[in-house]
Write a protein that binds this ligand. Sequence first.
Ligand code: AMP
Length: 396
Amino acid sequence: MNILVINAGSSSLKYQLMDPETGSVSAKGLCERIYIDGRLNHNANGKKVVKDIPMPTHSEAIAAVLDILVDPVDGVIASTDEIDAVGHRVLHGGMEFFDSCIIDDAVIAAIEKCIPLGPLHNPANLMGIRACQAVMPATPQVAVFDTAFHMTMPPKAYRYAIPTEYYKNDSIRRYGFHGTSHKYVTKRAIELMGTKDIKIVNCHLGNGSSLSAVSDGKCQDTSMGLTPLAGVPMGTRSGDLDAAVAQFIMNKYGMSADECLNMLNKKSGVLALSGISSDFRDIENGADEGNQDCTLALDKFAYEVRKYIGSYAAALGGLDCLVFTAGVGENSGSMRSRICEGLEFLGVKIDPEKNKVRGKEVVISTDDSKVKVWIIPTNEELMIAQDTAELVKAAN
Ligand code: AMP
């Protein structure tokens, strides 16, 4: 089966053509500068191709992707009929979507209804969907939501302790994000551990970071909230914050709510603490060279992640499996050991030798560690392709 996975942003569109069973990717790439001028970056047959192609809208970007996929030289399929289905990443499913689903008019209307919750991403995701529908009307399209995996949370986890009218009238609650990644690593952890009957804490640590608490394969809690700003500090996001801090800063510096939120989303996190970069590699190098601000940024990040792990172990009533994924989680042994330092009381024991591994699916805990600690490289595109294939097969 060939599944085309699409992740449409406001001025970009990422794609992968993959086999959902083997996970093998025959072509992938990125359309960028949509609405500005348009550039296609395409990787296939071991070769990288860059083409400037006018992309006044997402439709021309999708058309350019389909053209190059069937191109006699740079393509990988003879005709677009060989694409069995398209899987779209959609940021916010609000309270409308608990799982991935085949796209029809009602689904499009429900994604539109979620725009107030995902004002930047959902319109772009919809443009990607509509563009695909226009150029390949007979091919099934599936929506895979970043929020869906977390919809099994109980009300005590997802409700905020603010007046109920905001929940009832405006759907203000915790949703959580990175759901496709949390779903993928949960699925793999269950396969690797050989049982669903386990308590898992997943740490998706990248430029954006989030944790999830999972039992019986279902999400019980997650660290991001109504928006991706909540939880642990991130590359440029503050993470959890006393809301009165925002009020103080807005009053004192005459900032609007939007300006303040922009500062908390784009100028905070480890970028603000380190004073040099949002990239953990730069910060680790800075700390190695003796920069105290960098050391503080790493300590703060590790401390907050450790606190979440501890609180989720308490929420789940135990812990069997701790998973590290995404850029930092998969690659930074020093961050993993910084986080796990002090978690011995929970039964977490990291093996320093095994922890040297990067980007591979391996256990990094000692043989006698009560909690199995795994690195599981995430694969959101594969998860989207698998959900898409499953739904399309079930519909036929
Ligand atoms: P992601 O958002 O999942 O792509 O992750 C991006 C983050 O992973 C960036 O902050 C990178 O600095 C970080 N990262 C990637 N490789 C490493 C590494 N070897 N050591 C530390 N951080 C890394």
